[in-house]
Design a protein around this ligand. Structure first.
Ligand code: NAD
Length: 478
């Protein structure tokens, strides 16, 4: 299957004739080709978005909310297809693709339809004047997304962006383009006005950087790695584009000795290994208090070893394949480094899988102990099924370890004492901390990181704020 760009309401071919093979992570087989678009394609997409913006931005918010609901209906009618495409394209288990990716893609459009309907102008009275604050569209938005949660993250940007009256050009990851294509099919089927949502496929250096530096793009919403985020910021800053960066993380799960051990073991394993550890929020460092250390580590390893790794299309599978051979090599490099840094691999290795899976990007969930808390493996983002476990005595020590990284995205605390959990959570320098749970999302709550994990917040009113320009009109009374 050869994919096409979607520009000005039409699926069309790209310039330059370059393609990239799309490989199934579980088998290594090529099953599609994605266009490697260039600046000419980006330019036509931005032009289409620009032309569509005034009329789209001029619609009332109820009307735009109705379009979001129609897109949600269209996605919902293809729910199972989203799950199976996402599972095939990313290597994640079908059960996860259904419960997380398909579910959230529909939910994102429905949620923002509701948010936009209830979003109101604000009024601030003075003794002699009234301020009317309205939220105008920013203009044309560039939406750039990674491969780990493809449609989940793309829909999380498209819905609030167009809901607030912007028009957009999407650039999904070249590794996982299939569900972005499906979203364009849905948008085409529901008859969204042409040019409101455009899609340019391609890689970062071709399509991605041309889009970010395009002179007629007003806003950039980027989710991806920290080093790419830095390049995106460098390109966007001189033109004063509005910019949001959701970047990498190295998150800690802090296990206190008063925790309820059964649910904590399950929660910390889920947090470490969901989506093969390829979620920016994954708790890849587990900090365990002295009093419970031995029992917890034993139970944790038992639980990790009980996970079923294999065919992503099998309903029983817990862990699938890593996204690419290159990414597998990077993860393997960190495991080798961990040995050099004095770590002990207490569980890991390679699963033995039958054809046609033998050529996929497989690695077993890996747990490392004995690493120093300053080591590279315990402070850098690995973004794979690799977790290091560390021992601590005092709460302050756990807080120090959790904060000892350039990242500041998320974390979790596991305890029987909610007040103590809250106190520790308040001292962790990240954008989000969960107590006795992980990745428990209320879409109204802010999402985003501090330090090298990003700039800005998404979610609820924070997304609506980012995708609009708050404008004040102050009227002096007679
Ligand atoms: P990546 O940075 O390599 O790529 C992300 C996107 O940026 C892709 O679409 C890519 O083609 C594009 N891109 C690459 N170079 C570009 C450039 N110079 N200009 C413009 N676009 C460019 O990231 P990835 O490997 O796809 O995803 C994994 C990373 O994403 C991890 O670091 C993970 O933590 C992070 N992530 C963060 C969040 C979050 O919400 N904070 C969510 C998911 C993933």
């Amino acid at each position: 299957m050869d994919l096409m760009n979607y520009i000005g309401g039409k699926f069309e071919g790209h310039s330059g004739g370059k393609w990239l093979d799309v490989k199934e992570p579980a088998t290594g087989n090529v099953f599609a080709r994605v266009p490697l678009s260039n600046s000419t394609d980006v330019d036509s997409a931005v032009r289409a978005a620009r032309e569509a913006q005034p009329e789209w931005g001029g619609l009332g918010s109820n009307e735009r909310a109705r379009w979001l609901d129609s897109i949600a209906d269209g996605l919902e009618s293809r729910y199972e297809e989203i799950a199976s495409l996402e599972s095939r394209d990313t290597g994640k288990p079908i059960s996860l693709a259904r419960a997380v990716d398909a579910y959230r893609s529909v939910a994102n459009f429905r949620f923002f339809a509701g948010e936009i309907r209830s979003h109101e102008e604000e009024v601030f009275e003075m003794s002699d004047a009234t301020n009317f604050v309205s939220y105008r569209p920013v203009g044309v938005g560039a939406l750039i997304t990674p491969w780990n949660l493809p449609l989940y993250l793309l829909s999380w940007k498209v819905a609030p962006a167009i809901g607030m009256g912007n028009t957009v050009v999407c650039k999904p990851s070249e590794l996982t383009p299939m569900t972005a294509n499906l979203l364009m099919e849905v948008i085409d089927e529901v008859g969204l006005p042409e040019g409101v949502v455009n899609l340019v496929h391609g890689d970062g250096l071709g399509a991605g950087s041309s889009l970010v530096s395009h002179g007629d793009v007003d806003l950039v919403s980027f989710t991806g790695g920290t080093s790419t985020g830095s390049e995106v910021a460098k390109a966007a800053a001189p033109q004063f584009k509005k910019i949001s960066l959701e970047l990498g993380g190295k998150n800690s799960s802090i296990v206190l000795d008063d925790c309820e051990i059964d649910s904590t073991v399950k929660g910390v394993v889920r947090s470490g290994f969901l989506n093969q550890g390829q979620v920016c929020l994954c708790g890849s460092r587990v900090l365990v208090q002295d009093g419970i250390y031995d029992e917890f580590v034993e139970r944790f390893i038992e639980e990790v070893e009980s996970m079923k790794i294999g065919d992503p299309s099998d309903e029983e599978t817990d862990l699938g394949a890593l996204i690419s051979a290159e990414h597998l090599t990077k993860v393997e490099g960190y495991i080798e480094l961990a040995k050099e840094e004095g770590g002990t691999i207490v569980t890991g290795g390679y699963p033995c899988l039958p054809e046609p899976l033998a050529n996929g990007n497989w690695i077993a969930p890996t747990v490392i102990t004995g690493l120093s808390v300053d080591s590279r493996c315990s402070t850098e983002e690995i973004f794979g099924p690799v977790v290091s476990v560390h021992r601590f005595s005092e709460d302050s020590e756990a807080i120090g370890i959790a904060n000892n990284t350039r990242y500041g995205l998320a974390g979790s605390v596991w305890t029987g004492d909610i007040e103590r959990g809250r106190r520790i959570a308040d001292s962790i320098h990240t954008g989000m901390v969960w107590v006795n749970t992980w990745l428990h999302r209320d879409l109204r709550a802010p999402f985003g990181g501090v330090k090298d994990s990003g700039v800005g917040r998404e979610g609820g009113k924070w997304s609506l704020g980012f995708f609009s320009e708050a404008t004040n009109v102050c009227v002096k009374h007679d």
